[in-house]
Design a protein around this ligand. Structure first.
Ligand SMILES: *Cc1c(COP(=O)(O)O)cnc(C)c1O
Length: 391
């Protein structure tokens, strides 16, 4: 067998399962389309209800199809345990709520996913939970934002608009020395390229909607970590809020997982090629992609990741109006939110606050699984159509 950190090991984990006689040797996990599980005797029923995380009683708590996916994801992320949720936000809000109580304070990266920031800085205020947003690319910013009542440091590395990194190991060490929990959103890198738990982070969250699903057909999430932390989330936030993943979604995502390492390697190769191409264009001021040596945190990226996915942004001195016109001329890139699927996407974010001084627009590209040469030709033909426009 290959080593546990080897990319080849990931191929075996995602492609191989032991024959399970409970499922007649079915090589795909069956879809357990059931709300409850019944028992022949009252004793067996009582025994199961006492251990509802390992036994099957009710699908809001535990379903075999969902459990199968949870175990696979935990193995890939090197976690003791995983819990799958109805969406990335269901997973993120559950992980955060499991870490804080009234009177606590949260330090969160200022470029974290928008709804995560809204949840932390606005929604939690009504429960008397305060927060500070920081530029997480500098450890000093995180350190100086800590208060005696800080109970959580929320990270997302890289962030998904400007692709800023946080030093995950240093954050985890700082937090541990003060009894603070750390959560990292690992949706961009996936366990194929980054495993924050190995760097000391307590909880990893994913929008499974993105790369882990990869087919743009499911909305899903997961929280991973130690058995102690995850079983508490399973008993509390999972059971009490009920934002569960259905057996159908779990079966779809399990199917997608088979090709995760394969897809990630393709996204990486193509994105690096497109990002390098874009960096040479006169209308591009800066490309934000951790795999380019021009990225200010390139070295940190090499240290804590072993690859880069297919999402990056570039900043342009052209107006957002002109770049939207350009986006409209693209034939292979579709205009849309989200990312991580087979399809290439573009979105123009006007006058984004953190653009370089000379830039006026921020354009985010998701590089899908199409021919990379076709994608580059598409970007260039669209520019040829709008380059002379005065707008
Ligand atoms: C999309 C996204 C989320 C939220 O996931 P959903 O599945 O849409 O709820 C969280 N974090 C990041 C980085 C995302 O891109």
């Amino acid at each position: 067998m290959t080593e546990k950190n080897d990319r080849e090991w990931q191929y075996t984990v995602t492609a191989h399962d032991a024959v399970d006689e409970r499922h007649h040797g079915s090589i795909n996990i069956p879809i357990y389309q059931t709300s409850l599980f019944a028992f022949e005797t009252y004793d067996k029923f009582q025994e199961a209800t006492k251990q509802s995380q390992t036994h099957h009683v009710y699908s809001r708590g535990n379903n075999p199809t969902v459990r199968y996916l949870e175990d696979k994801l935990a193995e890939l992320e090197h976690a003791e345990m995983a819990k799958c949720f109805a969406s990335g936000m269901a997973a993120i809000s559950a992980a955060i709520l499991s870490s804080v109580k009234a009177g606590d304070h949260i330090v969160c990266v200022d470029q974290a996913y928008g709804p995560t920031r809204t949840f932390v800085t606005q929604y939690l205020k009504r429960f008397d939970i305060e927060s500070t947003l920081v530029d997480g690319s500098q450890m000093d910013n995180i350190r100086s934002a800590l208060r005696p009542e800080t109970k959580l440091i929320y990270l997302e590395s890289p962030t998904s608009m400007l692709f800023q990194l946080q030093d995950l190991k240093a954050c985890a060490e700082l937090a541990r020395s003060r009894g603070i929990v750390t959560i990292a959103d690992n949706s961009w890198a996936t366990p194929v390229f980054q495993r924050p738990l190995e760097l000391g982070i307590n909880l990893v969250v994913h929008s499974v909607t993105k790369y882990i699903s990869g087919q743009s057909d499911s909305v899903a999430g997961v929280v991973l970590g130690s058995e102690r932390l995850i079983s508490r989330i399973a008993d509390e936030e999972y059971m009490l809020f009920g934002g569960i993943m259905t057996a159908h979604t779990a079966a779809l995502v399990t199917r997608c997982l088979r090709t995760l390492p394969l897809r990630m390697e393709r996204h990486e190769r193509s994105a690096l090629k497109v990002a390098t191409h874009m960096a040479g264009h006169p209308y591009v001021v800066r490309v934000n992609y951790p795999a380019l040596p021009s990225h200010p945190q390139y070295e940190l990226g090499l240290k804590q990741m072993n690859g880069s996915s297919g999402l990056f942004s570039f900043e342009s001195a052209e107006s957002p109006e002109k770049m939207r016109e350009w986006a409209g001329k693209l034939k292979l890139f579709k205009i849309g939110v989200s990312w991580g699927g087979f399809e290439s996407l573009v979105i123009v974010n006007p006058a984004f606050a953190a653009c370089a001084a000379e830039a006026h627009s921020l354009i985010r590209l998701h590089i899908g699984l199409e021919s990379v040469d076709d994608l580059i030709r598409d970007l260039d033909q669209a520019w040829a159509q709008v380059s002379d426009l005065q707008m």
